[in-house]
Ligand binder design. Structure first.
Ligand code: FES
Length: 224
């Protein structure tokens, strides 16, 4: 609990009082402990291993509940606050239970001027949830995220820390949601940025109208 300059007590983020895992489940297997020890050995100081150890924990437990962060911190040998700081800095680490598919919609600068918020709001309306929420069927969670390094194919989103969907349109969002509901990844997802004009389907700077992928015009108004 911290105190502000005016003597008012400011509540710090709570550790979730409800345990999400039983004591028996909240452990690393010996193989996982070995892997974390290996991460620690790779770095000069134990805190260098925290990102890999958190990732391993997320893959095992599904999300980083405070008790899981504590478990990782203890295993790596660093304070809870340090592990918590890393886990909460990156949207790729899930702090709450998520749906099967996490749709990370980028609204950082390039995506924003190319309609990132239109896509986010369309997805929210379509799935009838707000960002940060999960659909009742447990299938989708929406997150609003910062730049994912694919500004050249904005607006874009990422599916569960995996495939990217570039040059988003409402039609592509519809097709993506349909495909994921059927447990498939549509053909227009990719795990890398297109590296050449063939992959882009043409020269997107001069042949925009011939390029199926590039249909979302920037929404920013030109200031005369
Ligand atoms: S601004 Fe969206 S990927 Fe960079």
């Amino acid at each position: 609990m911290a105190e502000s300059g005016h003597g008012k007590v400011v509540k710090l983020p709570d550790r979730d009082p409800k345990p999400a895992f039983s004591k028996e489940d909240l452990v690393f297997a010996s193989e996982e402990k070995k892997r974390i020890a290996g991460f620690v050995e790779e770095y000069e100081k134990p805190d260098g291993a925290i990102m890999k150890a958190l990732w391993l924990a997320q893959e095992k437990f599904g999300f980083l509940h405070p008790d899981v962060i504590q478990l990782v911190a203890d295993e790596v040998g660093i304070p809870y606050a340090q592990a918590y700081g890393v886990a909460t800095f990156y949207t790729q680490y899930y702090k709450n239970k998520t749906g099967k598919y996490v749709l990370d919609v980028c609204t950082c600068f390039s995506c924003q001027v190319c309609g990132g918020y239109d896509i986010l709001h369309y997805l929210e309306e379509k799935l009838e949830i707000h960002k940060g929420e999960t659909t009742d069927d447990g299938l989708f969670t929406i997150q609003e995220v910062e730049c994912l390094g694919a500004c050249g194919s904005a607006p874009m989103l990422q599916v569960t820390n995996g495939p990217y969907v570039h040059h988003l349109t409402r039609e592509k969002v519809d097709a993506l949601v349909d495909a994921l509901q059927n447990g498939q990844m549509p053909s227009f997802t990719s795990i890398t940025l297109p590296q050449d004009e063939d992959e882009m389907g043409g020269n997107r700077r001069t042949d925009v109208d011939k390029t199926e992928a590039y249909r979302t015009p920037p929404v920013a108004e030109t200031v005369e």
